[in-house]
Write a protein that binds this ligand. Structure first.
Ligand code: HEM
Length: 400
């Protein structure tokens, strides 16, 4: 392609903070595959089109193994840290499948359906605490972050009292502004924390995922810790940001909020929120292991590729069409089920049934219990987390 390379990662725009960074939208307008310049000075391919992203994520000729020397890292210095202790997110089959299989049973749709009463209780209790004797609150600190944190703690057997520690460490890991030293230290500390917890659970097992992993003889202590870190980090920060952003997006749109009152419409509404917010908006990195012709270019073996789900999820041909609202507008009645906000292919989000249940229950309950919910500050003052690998909100002052 002749278009100039896109600098990555790129910041969100102040204009429409909910959309992908403008640099990515501009790249998408030039063609389905362009070039990107990574902050460390390397460059790679950038796939923005729906079909191309889908192929990259599902075709075995693209590897997710971060130990590959050409695996694209958005920021310099991160390779050694990730490659030293890879989680199954950054491994290929058969290693990936072997490790993922240890926890697939815990996140099946059926398993998560049985958890719904617990999630509902956690949501209700968070709202009770938030609203007791008050009419304003920071929705991030009091609702969006506690709900998924409590749920993942319950499943993993991580003490909720340790939340300040693991939430802070996760944020450092995901923060593009963290130094290499900070990321290395946070990664070590989280791993040590999970290693100690697993050792404790091996002595005194309880009914939770870490206890079950720790009891297995076919997993090393390192593998147990790495899987624990992945589940803990992926299990709270993502969903927390989805709850906060969804609320900020919908709070001034009563005709959309009304759809959340109909239980039949809630699952579809959450898919549309996943699509339009596509919070993993810096993309999913891969490296080609063979030459592949895709989107009019030849990607050579050993070249890095970033699959941008945020632009793919706004493909007019897939999500738009006659009678539909433009793809850049939220429409909770849209059929958004083909979105790739949870990824696609073998690495497709393991926690998606859980994330869906949490979002459905959290958002429907929030707007039902607080019909007068509104922003407590002017919209321009909302503090978005623009510096993170996962888009989100620092705080969300609301009133009711
Ligand atoms: C709305 C919230 C969430 C979003 C947007 C999200 C998004 C994603 C995406 C895009 C991927 C694919 C990454 C890639 O292919 O490179 C992924 C993988 C993963 N997610 Fe989620 N996720 C969410 C919630 C959760 C939750 C609640 C868990 C709970 C444990 C979780 C656990 C995982 C795991 C373990 C993987 C790695 C799967 C694999 O490599 O096989 N996620 N997620």
């Amino acid at each position: 392609p002749t278009a100039p390379a896109v600098p990555m990662p790129s910041p969100h725009s102040a204009g429409c903070p909910f959309g992908p960074p403008p640099a990515y939208t501009e790249a998408a307008a030039t063609g389905p595959i362009t070039r990107a310049d990574l902050a460390g000075g390397e460059s790679c391919w950038l796939a923005t089109g729906y079909a191309e992203v889908r192929t990259i994520l599902s075709d075995r000729r693209f590897s997710a193994d971060a130990r590959h020397p050409a695996f694209p890292f958005l920021l310099p210095g991160r390779r050694e840290i990730v490659a030293a202790n890879p989680t199954f997110l950054r491994l290929d089959d058969p290693e990936h499948a072997r490790l993922r299989r240890m926890v697939t049973g815990d996140f099946l749709v059926k398993k998560v359906a049985a958890l719904r009463p617990d999630i509902q209780r956690i949501v209700d209790e968070a709202l009770d605490t938030m609203t007791e004797g008050r009419t304003t609150a920071d929705l991030v600190a009091e609702f969006a972050l506690p709900v998924p944190s409590l749920v993942i703690c319950l499943l993993l057997g991580v003490p909720y009292e340790d939340r300040a520690r693991f939430q802070g460490l996760s944020r450092t890991l995901l923060n593009n502004a963290s130094t290499v030293e900070e990321v290395g230290a946070a990664s070590d500390e989280l791993r040590d924390y999970l290693t100690e917890l697993a050792a404790l659970k091996r002595e005194r097992p309880e009914d939770d995922i870490i206890s079950r992993l720790a009891a297995r003889d076919d997993l090393t202590a390192r593998e147990v810790a790495a899987t624990g870190v992945l589940l803990l980090v992926a299990g709270h920060e993502t969903t927390a940001n989805m709850i906060a952003l969804s609320t900020a997006l919908l709070v001034d749109q009563p005709e959309q909020v009304a759809k959340l009152a109909d239980p039949e419409l809630v699952p579809g509404a959450v898919e549309e929120l996943m699509r339009i917010l596509s919070i993993v908006d810096n993309g999913l990195p891969r490296v080609a292991t063979e030459d592949v012709e895709l989107g009019g270019v030849l990607i050579r073996a050993g070249e890095g590729v970033i699959a941008l789900i945020s632009t793919a999820n706004r493909d007019e041909a897939v999500f738009g069409g006659p009678g539909q609202r433009p793809v850049d507008e939220v429409d909770l009645g849209r059929d958004a089920r083909r979105h790739m906000a949870f990824g696609f292919g073998v690495h497709q989000c393991l926690g998606q049934p859980l994330a869906r249940a949490e979002l459905q229950i959290a958002l429907a309950t929030l707007f039902r219990r607080l019909p007068g919910l509104r922003l407590a500050v002017p919209r321009e003052e909302l503090a978005f987390r623009t510096e993170s690998l996962i888009f989100g909100m620092r705080s969300l002052p609301v009133a009711w």
